[in-house]
Design a protein around this ligand. Structure first.
Ligand SMILES: C[S@@+](CC[C@H](N)C(=O)[O-])C[C@H]1O[C@@H](n2cnc3c(N)ncnc32)[C@H](O)[C@@H]1O
Length: 227
């Protein structure tokens, strides 16, 4: 039997499937082993550090989404790659109607047990479908963990298809000029790569808002549907 820890015996397509499985296994194990903040937040921070990291980013997100909520016309928000649901729950508390999904069964089980309003599903960036378009599609610290460029592109394009006219797609990455792999589970893509995928689909890059957390170089790219 072939050694399951190598990909030497596999075709490129098979190897992609193995890489996907490894990513899923990595995140599911991390969600089982780490607490609710370190599992989806910054693994190098202690709990108070992660509390601040999440709070600062939630504040930044709310300035992007807007500070109004209307009980009779809530915003429809999708949190793609929601982890244990920290942002999904916070946005539901702010009066928005939230769908959220992640590939990790452990993360989704935790999120469902927490409750708080969002509707959760196990799904991936490429296969989530919705009967309605969203006002805001959010994808925090997920896309740069998708190592394969074709999977990244397919996931990003699927998210774009879910944004309503004048709605926004908010994705987290750096604001760099080059494709930069970091360690063995991160690839930051240049802003130009996001624009190349999204602008032909009718989404204009309207803003990059840095997280503003210590020296962290990442931030939120906002794309707005103009057609
Ligand atoms: C760094 S965590 C961020 C979680 C959450 N967005 C947060 O900020 O708390 C990355 C998450 O992306 C999920 N993920 C990775 N690849 C995915 C994919 N292709 N589709 C959906 N979720 C994915 C992982 O399971 C993990 O929960």
């Amino acid at each position: 039997m072939a050694d399951p820890t190598t990909t030497d015996h596999l075709t490129a397509r098979d190897a992609l499937g193995v890489a996907d499985d490894r990513t899923r296994l990595y995140w599911d194990a991390r969600h089982r082993q780490r607490d609710d903040l370190a599992s989806g937040g910054h693994i190098g921070l202690d709990r108070p550090g992660n509390e601040i990291f999440y709070a600062v980013r939630l504040g930044a997100l709310l300035t992007l989404i807007g500070d109004l909520s209307n009980p009779s016309a809530p915003l429809f928000v999708l949190d793609a790659g929601c982890g244990k649901g920290h942002f999904a729950r916070a946005l539901a508390r702010c009066g928005h109607r939230v769908d959220a999904f992640d590939t990790s069964p452990a993360a989704i089980a935790h999120a469902r047990a927490e409750g708080g309003g969002p509707r959760y599903a196990e799904a991936s960036l490429t296969d989530w479908r919705s009967p309605w378009p969203y006002d805001v599609v959010l994808c925090v610290d997920v896309l740069f963990h998708v190592l394969d460029d074709s999977q990244w592109s397919a996931g990003l394009r699927n998210l774009a298809s879910l944004v309503r006219a004048t709605g926004r797609l908010i994705v987290a990455d750096s604001d760099g000029r080059a494709r930069s792999p970091l360690g063995d589970y991160i690839v930051h893509r240049p802003t130009a790569a996001y624009r190349r995928e999204l602008e032909p689909l009718g989404l204009r890059h309207t803003l990059f808002k840095p997280y503003g957390f210590r020296e962290n170089p990442l931030g939120f790219h906002v794309f707005t549907r103009i057609r």
